[in-house]
Structure formats: C-alpha cells, structure tokens
Design a protein around this ligand. Structure first.
Ligand code: SF4
Length: 566
C-alpha cells in the first residue's frame, strides 16, 4: 500500500520481466486539466523584497530576473505552465526563467524543446526510479538521459505538450525537479560511496536528504539572488568536489583536547565557484552533523540579505564574501543562527584521507565484507534508454538495488557479491559500456554543449568523445589525467579544475567573420588536496584540432615530467 500505481507497475514489470509501462509520446498529461482558478501571482518572501528595495533605494537597477521574481515567483507559475502545456506552447520572456523553478528549461535555439533537470539527493536513486526515468525519457524525451556534473540526471528533447507530464510522472516515482534551475539551491551532492566506503568518516546520505527535503518544503529557500550549491563530503574514496560549492561540508575528525567533544564534525568551507576561479575556503568553523541543515539555512538567509541583485555576474556568494570579508558575513550568519559558531585551529583536526581519482570506475571492495561496488563509465555522461533499462536490471538482480551517480558523470552499482562481480562486468559490457578504469576516461567530463545548450560555443560532448578516442589509441598513460570540456564561461564542466581544461570559443577562419567550433585550452588545474586554478596555454584551437593538441600535450608531459610529477 506504500507505492503509487506507477511504482507498482515498474516493480511488477521488473518482477515479471515484462515491459513495465507503455506510454505514448505527447499523450495525456499526467493529470487531466488545469485548475479553473489560477493561483495569484506572488513574489519572494519579505527578506527578498527588502533586499531588492535596498538596491533600488540606492538608485541601482534590478536585473530583469529580479524584476521577474518580484512580479511572480516561478514556484507559483505551475497552473500557467499547465495551461501552456495543454496549448502546446513554450514559455516566452520572463516565463522561460520561471519555468526553470520547476526544472523545465526551454533550450532553444540549440533544441526547440524542454530539458528537464531532476534533483537526486546524494546522487543515489533506486533501480526502479532509474528505470522509471528511462521510461519517461522514452515516452516524452529523446530516448536518452545525461548524468550531470552534480551527480544528477537530465532528460532532453521534451516537446512543449509533455513538460508537465514529465514533472508529474517524476513525482509518481518519488523524484522531483523542483528548484533544479533558476536562482535556487541546486541538486545536493554527497559522497557517492556513502555508507559503503572503506575510508569514509561519515555517511552523507541522511545529511543530503535532510537538506534536500528542507529546501523543497521551505519557501524562502527559492528565488535567491542567484543559484547556490551545497555539497557534503564524507571523506570517502570517491570525492564529492565539495570545494567547488558555495557551501562545502567536509567530514573531519576533531582531536581530543581542544575544548569540544572529539569525533566526527563537519568543517565549513564557503564561496566555491570555480568558473570564477575560486574554491570554497575553509572558515575555521566546525559544525555537528546534526546542525548542518540549520547552519546551511542560516547561510542561505544571510546570502538572501546580502547578495547582489543588479549584476548577475556578481550575484554569487563569493562576491558577498569578497565584499564583506568572511568575518563580516559569518557574524551575520551567527545572528541568524542565534548562537556563535565553534571555531577550531587547523591542528585540532586530523588530516583527512585523500580521495582516489580512479575509485569511481571499476570494481572496489565495500566496507561490508564480501560486497563490492562497480563503477560504470558513461562517456560524457550519456546513456540510451536501453542502457538505462539494462543497468536497472543489473542493479536489481545482482546489486543492492541502488544506482549511485557521481560528479564524474558516471554511476556505481553497489552491493555486488564477490561471486557476482564477473557477471556484472559482462552484463555491463553487453550494454556497450565499460567497467574498466582508464586514466583518460576516468577524468573526462563535458557539459551539454551546442547540441543542447544555447550558450555553448562548441559541441563539447562531441569534442570530448573525439579526444578520448584519439588519445586512448595513441597515448599510454600511467596516471589519471582530468580533461574538462566546457562550452562557455558558465563552466558547468569546471574547466578551471581540469589537468587540461577546454572552454568553448568561436574561432575565426577568415576575415569575413566566419567562425568554427573551437576552444581556449588551459592546463594545471586540480581539486581537493591538489586544488589549483588552471592557466591558459593556447587560445583559439579549432575543435577538429583539439584531439591532436591534447595528444601532443600528453606526450610532452610524459616525455619531460620529473619522477612522480603530476
Ligand atoms: Fe551550457 Fe555553458 Fe553550461 Fe556548457 S557550460 S552547459 S555551454 S551553460
């Protein structure tokens, strides 16, 4: 009695081996009609309105997005979205932004369709939810789904008529897309191997889930000055890239003798935004895991009060911290919390074990004896519906039923008994995917690119695939090398933290203004213990030349590096 009808159908379909649900494209929306009375348009809560008024009182102009939020918060646009779906029209003007509050992105002109971005706390979902997403992508999308760099799923090529059906079917599956776009708190990431990791200090799943549900059910967590990222890192073998987030909670072991209870705490890092060349910086503050949601909410509320609303490029938390200083901002957060933070010197915290850059691919023992997780490579994160069905079957039949997405745009199948490991690897290979960790594939990430994003200057996924195919044949690497291919300055693939980073650029081919896909190429980025911002090496590399240029770079590094030099 605890399952929805759709969920039961998926489960029954799985048990019987039959095809679970037949859904026809463009058919009936999940619920039949729009309500007779549309909800009253409303704006953000008092704190947001006050912040907007403050800028206007200074004679500054609010951005169109801020004005749009004040007229009607996207959260309240659902009845109009439903009417638009029934009429088969895409949103226009400020509504393009408002629809993103519900996770629907009209991505024209790259594709005249919706992309739907989900929310998957800690990146972990069940095999039947995963299968359900595949069925939705088959019925309403382009027959594939992408794993994103926030350990999340996106469904693309959704017609105007089908956006609402997608959203409602996701809810039937126990999933949601609410708040996954626009000026909202994005998918909550955590350690992908949480609860099964041999070296973790803390299982991040309950923390990520608690924060996820808090956001979903708290109105003032929507419509911030700009988007906001939060990550929980449990100090496991697979990293969560928490230092690239606005808030990075890092599990640490606090030693005895520093005036607080020894044990596992969360160290608070703030202001990460690698597209703007900044990692989250340690605040010297530690919080108890059970305080994390309260602390994160207080930080977000301080950001609502102080974030810039006149310039989108300067509206992220980093710029508040730059302007106010960490001490000034944290004093405001303490006021919101109603108590002072616990601050500890660096020596109070035991050194953290490092993540393994290859641990998200291949077979790895879990902390539960006799069980393993298996990392499956998904070149640039894309999976066909058939592959998703196959992976769901494997997870249900031979794993513990969970599918764990990672920020490396791949996934893990967990809970595989020693005796079943070979069978899983064979079954994955039969889907045209691999469990083998190659140093290049392990660290290859690419954003959506020009095939699906209007901001892109180049086809990033195509270039990333070409680099992989070209270099794997020609360069024998003994060490992981991260290659991040991003389409524009929004830096969804975080080009500044790649060993090699490429950012899309239109490259001139003559004096008449004709251009082709291309990139500026950067080197020397890193993350975690090796955190570094990559520096530009080449400008205006044509996309067709990128594989050869990367090959040359890799070969030069192999030839000239000193022993142990990354
Ligand atoms: Fe689009 Fe730019 Fe993000 Fe790539 S980095 S997905 S081009 S917004």
């Amino acid at each position: 009695g605890d399952f929805s009808i759709d969920q039961k159908r998926y489960l029954e379909g799985f048990v019987s081996g039959a095809k679970a649900v037949q859904i026809t494209r463009g058919a009936v929306p999940a619920s039949p009609s729009a309500p007779a009375i549309a909800a009253e348009p409303t704006g953000p809560d008092a704190a947001g309105l006050k912040a907007m008024a403050r800028f206007e009182a200074q004679g500054k102009k609010l951005t169109p997005e801020e004005k749009g939020k004040r007229e009607e918060l996207g959260l309240d646009a659902y009845p109009r979205m439903k009417t638009a779906a029934q009429e088969g029209v895409f949103p226009k003007g400020p509504d393009v932004f408002r629809w993103k509050f519900h996770g629907l992105f009209h991505v024209a002109p790259a594709q005249d369709s919706f992309m739907c971005r989900l929310r998957i706390p800690n990146g972990i979902l069940t095999h039947w939810q995963f299968r359900g997403v595949a069925d939705i992508a088959a019925a309403h999308g382009g027959n594939y789904s992408d794993v994103t760099t926030r350990a999340n799923l996106q469904i693309r090529e959704i017609p105007a008529t089908d956006g609402i059906a997608v959203l409602e079917k996701l809810v039937d599956l126990g999933l949601t897309a609410k708040g996954s776009g626009a000026d909202n708190i994005r998918n909550v990431t955590g350690t992908p191997t949480a609860g099964i990791d041999t070296q973790e200090l803390l299982d991040t799943r309950p923390l990520a889930k608690e924060w996820h549900h808090y956001i979903l059910n708290t109105r003032d967590m929507y419509g911030l000055p700009r988007k906001f990222n939060v990550a929980f890192d449990g100090a496991g073998t697979v990293g969560a890239l928490e230092d690239t987030n606005d808030i990075g909670f890092q599990a640490v072991e606090v030693k005895d003798g520093f005036g607080v209870a020894p044990g596992v705490w969360l160290r608070l890092a703030l202001g990460g935004i690698t597209g703007h060349k900044d990692f989250a910086r340690d605040t010297g503050i530690v919080v108890r895991p059970e305080e994390a949601t309260e602390v994160a909410a207080a930080i977000v509320r301080a950001f609502i009060d102080t974030g810039d609303r006149t310039d989108r490029k300067k509206a992220r938390l980093k710029y508040v911290l730059d302007a106010m200083g960490f001490d000034g901002f944290l004093a405001l957060v303490e006021k919101k919390l109603g108590r002072p933070f616990t601050r500890l010197p660096a020596e109070a915290v035991a050194p953290r074990a490092e993540a393994d850059r290859l641990a998200h691919l291949g077979v790895h023992a879990q902390k539960q004896p006799g069980l393993n997780y298996i990392g499956v490579g998904l070149p640039v994160g894309r999976m066909s519906v058939e592959q998703m069905h196959g992976l769901a079957d494997i997870a249900a039949r031979l794993g513990d039923g969970d599918i764990r997405l990672t920020v490396w745009q791949n996934l893990l199948i967990s809970g595989v008994a020693d005796a079943d490991v070979a069978q899983v690897c064979t079954a994955v290979a039969a889907l045209g995917l691999s469990t083998q960790a190659t140093p290049l594939q392990a660290g290859l990430v690419a954003c959506t690119g020009s095939k699906g994003c209007r901001f892109a200057a180049a086809d990033t996924k195509g270039t990333a695939r070409a680099i992989l195919a070209h270099c794997e044949e020609r360069v024998a690497l003994d060490d992981p090398v991260n290659i991040h291919v991003t389409g524009c300055h929004n830096s969804c693939a975080q080009h500044y933290i790649g060993d090699i980073g490429l950012i899309g650029a239109r490259v001139a081919i003559n004096d008449d203004g004709d251009t082709v896909d291309g990139y500026h190429l950067l080197v020397g980025g890193g993350f975690g213990a090796d955190a570094a911002i990559a520096r530009e090496l080449y400008r205006d590399v044509k996309a067709e030349d990128a594989p050869m240029v990367v090959e040359r770079l890799l070969k030069s590094w192999l030839a000239h590096r000193e022993e142990g030099e990354a």
